[in-house]
Ligand binder design. Structure first.
Ligand SMILES: C[S@@+](CC[C@H](N)C(=O)[O-])C[C@H]1O[C@@H](n2cnc3c(N)ncnc32)[C@H](O)[C@@H]1O
Length: 373
């Protein structure tokens, strides 16, 4: 049922409110994208957010992907669960802006109406769009000789009872991803969606596919994902973003806060360099009387790291400026721990004499030493 107050004010906000509630409750029927009202509301509101995520992750692909990929004349992208196409188009936009190649983008979705909306008036001279209507994970009629990039955004959350089937599908896809190619999986940032994606990611890693994890985890990531060791944990991004006035107005009516890109993602590559060992901040940086603290992942364990205010000095000041998703250099956090980790968690008091070296931003951009001044 739509919220009556929102509905009286604005039909778009009412539809978004209803979609949002049904996404969260997992109570959406499988034909919601076939209905004009919900499809259009999805496209206008969630489509803009998905497009921004696609653009941001497309830029990240440019940074983290194997350089051989970007020397090609033509790239083939497959977008699974494409909906109104905005995510895949965002990725394509970033790639096309950086390189002169042409791109073909193939959308797959169970909804014929969504696919029509995805391609309607959106191709251009360097971008060709094609579609397959298919129900995942069983229907694989769209599989072909090979894609350079396979993406799937916000689709698993509607298929959580079929994680094994999706792992089989993506495992098969992964083997046909062309050398230098990438697999990009993105889901909402809530605990349930995030854990489903991380579980799927572990399944893919355990299959020894010709792919390795490029982001967001620190190099040397082991199984299980450290966020899956305890049922209350999950791992997500929260990156600053700017949205249109129209979207902000709807968000306000619906009661959403839209000031950042919130998502859980995994980027696998058939080529490209895995990130170096590091400690990645996977929580906000908290400040309390007498200390700063946050949870950091080294790819194997989570560490609760505190910097006591009395240990803040020239070498450690950078700790107090960290944001979620940033990485600091530290190959062996256990050497800093005062006691062995318990239940997959360690704790560290960062010493005053150990420099805090910020390695990279959440999207993999290296820190400019000038940022530290
Ligand atoms: C939340 S939308 C995401 C659309 C787009 N990827 C984005 O991020 O904005 C999920 C899409 O996946 C499609 N979908 C969900 N489950 C599917 C399945 N089992 N097979 C094919 N399509 C599916 C839905 O029809 C819908 O268009």
């Amino acid at each position: 049922m739509k919220n009556r107050k929102t509905s009286a004010i604005d039909p778009l906000a009412a539809e978004v409110s209803s979609l949002s509630r049904r996404f969260a409750e997992r109570s959406l029927d499988s034909s919601y994208m076939d209905r004009t009202e919900s499809r259009e509301a999805y496209g206008v509101y969630y489509g803009e957010v998905s497009h921004s995520k696609g653009v941001a992750l497309g830029e990240e692909i440019l940074r983290r992907g194997d350089s051989s990929l970007f020397r090609k004349d033509h790239l083939r992208i497959l977008d699974l669960g494409a909906g109104t196409g905005d995510f895949g188009l965002g990725v394509a936009e970033s790639l096309l802006a950086a390189h002169p190649f042409s791109l073909s983008l193939h959308f797959v979705d169970r909804s014929k109406e969504a696919l029509e909306a995805a391609v309607s008036g959106r191709g251009h001279s360097r971008l060709s769009l094609t579609v397959s209507q298919a129900t995942l994970p069983k229907d694989r009629s769209y599989l072909s000789d090979g894609y350079d990039i396979v993406t799937m955004a916000n689709c698993l959350a509607e298929n959580e009872s079929q994680l094994d089937g999706f792992a089989d599908l993506l495992g098969e896809m992964a083997r046909s991803i062309l050398p230098g190619g990438l697999l990009l999986l993105v889901e909402p940032a809530d605990r349930r969606s995030s854990r489903a994606l991380l579980t799927l990611g572990d399944d893919l890693i355990s299959r020894h596919l010709p792919l390795h994890l490029l982001a967001p985890c620190p190099g040397g990531r082991t199984l299980p994902c450290p966020a899956l060791r305890r049922s209350e944990d999950w791992c997500h991004e929260d990156r600053p973003a700017v949205f249109s006035e129209g979207l902000l107005k709807t968000a306000k009516l619906v009661g959403h806060v839209k000031d950042s890109l919130k998502m859980t993602y995994l980027l696998f590559g058939r080529g490209g360099a895995p990130p170096p060992p590091s400690l990645r901040l996977v929580s906000p940086l908290h400040r309390e009387k007498g200390l700063f603290f946050g949870d950091f992942c080294d790819g194997n364990l989570w560490w609760r790291i505190r910097l006591l205010t009395r240990n803040r000095g020239d070498l450690t000041r950078a700790f107090t400026r960290l944001h979620r998703g940033e990485s600091v250099a530290e190959g062996e956090p256990s050497s800093l721990a005062s006691s062995p980790p318990l239940e997959g968690r360690g704790s560290i008091d960062w010493p005053r004499e150990r420099p805090v070296i910020r390695l990279s931003h959440p999207d993999g951009r290296p820190f400019d030493p000038m940022d530290e001044s």
